[in-house]
Design a protein around this ligand. Structure first.
Ligand SMILES: Cc1cc2nc3c(=O)[nH]c(=O)nc-3n(C[C@H](O)[C@H](O)[C@H](O)COP(=O)(O)O)c2cc1C
Length: 191
């Protein structure tokens, strides 16, 4: 099963990077699959560590999908890394193996520590819709514009029905980003 998380990694200078990533979940082993061009991949390769943060705040997924935000975070307990303050719980990961076959790596890790801060509030359709919209926003170069607009319209209906203020804010951020982006998949360029 894939669980959507905010992965925190640090570079050789100690700068923290925050990125939404789906990870293959296991109690003891977690597999992370960053594309080779991501900062997450470079940092994990350099440090051999990462932290998987689980949070119900979808605004963080939205913002980190389209920019490089800094969020409040503290030091991890066991690995060289950082724990997101907004995490409900987290897993600290030590790399066991890296398969860097392009375009996407496969990094097998061992869970060496975990912690919890607060309750993860239950499922919500609007939160799921925001996550799907965040994914869309990272695939503008692959999906035809008409398909993106049609997906957006469906997702917005779900948000309108079930969102709280944080989900509305996240959806607005993503919609503005997508509508103002000039990125197009190759086949629809110039049309
Ligand atoms: C919910 C969600 C899941 C994602 N999962 C992955 C993933 O597994 N691997 C990946 O390379 N990018 C994934 N992305 C896209 C990255 O978050 C995006 O490319 C980000 O800019 C990478 O950040 P970084 O360069 O700071 O590491 C996902 C995005 C979202 C919104």
């Amino acid at each position: 099963m894939i669980i959507e998380s905010i992965i925190t990694t640090v570079d050789s200078q100690g700068a923290i990077n925050f990125a939404p990533m789906g990870v293959e979940w296991g109690d003891d082993v977690i597999v992370v699959k960053p594309f080779l061009e991501t900062t997450t991949f470079r940092n994990i390769q350099a440090t051999g560590a990462a932290v998987v943060n689980l949070t119900d705040d979808v605004f963080l997924f939205a913002q980190a999908a389209i920019s490089n935000p800094q969020y409040p975070a503290g030091p991890a307990t066991v690995v060289r890394g950082a724990v997101l303050d907004a995490a409900c719980s987290w897993r600290e990961l030590e790399v066991r193996s890296i398969d860097a076959t392009p375009p996407r790596s496969r990094i097998e890790t061992r869970v060496v520590h975990h912690g919890a801060r607060r309750e993860f509030l239950g499922f919500n359709r609007a939160r799921n819709a925001v996550l799907e919209t965040a994914i869309l926003s990272t695939r503008l170069h692959l999906i035809p514009r008409a398909e993106i607009e049609s997906e957006l319209a469906k997702l917005q209906i779900i948000v309108n029905k079930t969102a709280g203020p944080r989900e509305f804010e996240a959806m607005e951020l993503l919609t503005d980003f997508i509508r103002s982006s000039r990125v197009r998949p190759p086949q629809s360029r110039g049309t």
